[in-house]
Ligand binder design. Structure first.
Ligand code: UDX
Length: 447
């Protein structure tokens, strides 16, 4: 099938590459000339395992093309994906200006039937807005051309985006039209083998499903973080509690890892956007507000440990920081806990020596040259001359480091671990002062 994807961001590029991989003829449109030129030259704008070869192969095979020419894109596909960004407004609502701009452009230039698919995470009611924009634009042209709008939210995780997209757990289709459904079935048939993953519903339910999924996951994390704070104060170990509750199949082991807060491009933005949506219709979303505020506090957890340990005396100290990205296997630092920590440390007059396996360029891009941030080449280099080690991201190669070397290099044998990578007892045996998240018995036996 001929498919056009507007927006070559995370969602758009991965979706386009995966659709091309199964044989569809996919044209990607973006306003960013540099991005399009780079992609044609095999330069991928994001780090995502498996994406670069997929893009290259399909580009070379002619199934995946890139252009800045929207008209060409609109002519190309009967199916038109909108996968552009929906950045938060000043008040946290999702800003739909890019989505509606694409809808308008499609309507200005379409000459035959189009299925317009909202792939971006958009508030409930957006498909209606898109439909309205298209109707009004066609009216101005005096054109009577049929079209449909479908909500088809994406559930990919950064770092596993290609496999999530290749083997989706569910394909949510929001539509009120059976013919469109047939087209959707054809489009997704290669991903829908063995058992039916398609969940068909009305458009508004599909739009809310996306937010409900992300907010549910964020709720699980904030719940565990709240429990971890209690565990710490009560002298219990949240890691034992996690295993204890995870074994209940109704709760499960997934997404109950306590830590120094969730980040990324989705959870913080989507929780906030749903809060705004609720407030705008006069509903107080008490639970969602709590999820957000627990997370905001949790991002300050490591800094408060540091303040406590160094008795507020952080000025002039240097801290080794392992992990800048919001989670492993990505270079994405959006809403990352490491940023909250670094910014607090800088404000307190401390210096950071940071290492991340993928996000060094991104850190340089965000913070530029500053004397209180040294980006080093290895995790060992980060330790040199540092007072203590802080860990913000659970990259695999942080899990079994050379503890003797860490101890010999740091000024103090102290580790502040925001992802509970190590066992407190073993760390004590190795001679470290070890702060984990919610590891009460080792850190804080108050009661
Ligand atoms: C998320 C959703 O998982 C995905 O389905 C959706 O489409 C987009 O948002 P992503 O943001 O890529 O994906 O990352 P995810 O793996 O979900 O992690 C989000 C954050 O939660 C990370 O900062 C991670 O460290 C944190 N997290 C996750 C925890 O703190 N504890 C957990 O148990 C799980």
């Amino acid at each position: 099938m001929k498919v056009t994807v507007f927006g070559i961001g995370y969602v758009g590029l991965v979706q386009a590459a995966v659709l091309a991989e199964v044989g569809h003829d996919v044209m990607c449109v973006d306003v960013d000339e540099a991005k399009v030129t780079n992609l044609k030259n095999g330069v991928i704008p994001i780090f995502e395992p498996g994406l670069a070869p997929l893009v290259k192969e399909n580009y070379e095979a002619g199934r995946l093309t890139f252009t800045t020419n929207a008209i060409q894109g609109i002519e190309h596909g009967e199916i038109q994906f909108i996968a552009v960004g929906t950045p938060p407004d000043e008040d946290g609502s999702a800003d739909l200006k890019y989505v509606t701009a694409v809808a308008r452009t499609i309507a200005e230039h379409m000459t035959g039937y189009k299925v317009i698919i909202d792939k971006s995470t958009v508030p409930v009611g957006t498909a209606d807005k898109v439909r309205q924009v298209v109707i009004e634009t066609l009216k101005k042209r005096n054109a009577d051309i049929p079209f449909d709008v479908v909500s088809n939210p994406e559930f990919l995780k950064e770092g596993a985006a290609v496999s999530d997209c290749m083997k989706p757990e569910r394909i949510i289709i929001g539509t009120n039209n059976d013919q469109v459904l047939d087209l959707m079935r054809e489009l997704y048939a290669p991903f829908n083998r063995n058992h039916d993953r398609m969940v068909i519903m009305d458009i508004r339910s599909a739009e809310l499903t996306k937010y409900a999924a992300n907010c549910m996951l964020a709720t699980k994390i904030s719940f565990m973080n709240e429990m971890s704070n209690l565990a710490e104060l009560l002298g219990a170990d949240i890691e034992k509690v996690r295993q204890g509750i995870g074994s209940d199949s109704r709760i499960g082991y997934h997404f109950i890892y306590p830590g120094c807060g969730y980040g990324g491009s989705c959870f913080p933005k989507d929780v906030q956007a749903l809060i705004r949506t609720a407030e705008n219709i006069g509903y107080q979303p008490t639970l969602l507000q709590a999820v957000e505020s627990v997370n905001d506090k949790q991002k300050h957890k490591l800094f408060s440990f540091l303040q406590r340990h160094f008795k507020g005396d952080l000025k002039g100290r240097t801290f080794a920081l392992w992990g800048l990205s919001f989670k492993p296997n990505t270079d994405d630092m959006r809403e990352s806990s490491s940023r909250v920590l670094m910014e607090s440390l800088w404000q307190a007059g401390a210096k950071v020596q940071a290492f991340d396996p993928e996000a060094m360029e991104e850190a340089r891009r965000i913070y530029g040259d500053r004397s209180d941030l040294v980006l080093v080449a290895t995790k060992e280099d980060a330790l040199k001359g540092a007072d203590a080690l802080v860990i913000c991201t659970e990259w695999q190669n942080f899990r079994a480091p050379d503890f003797d070397l860490i101890k010999a290099t740091l000024k103090q044998a102290a580790i502040f671990d925001g992802r509970n990578l190590y066992e407190p007892e073993r760390m004590a045996q190795r001679g470290f002062t070890y702060y984990g998240i919610g590891r009460g018995a080792s850190v804080n036996p108050i009661i």
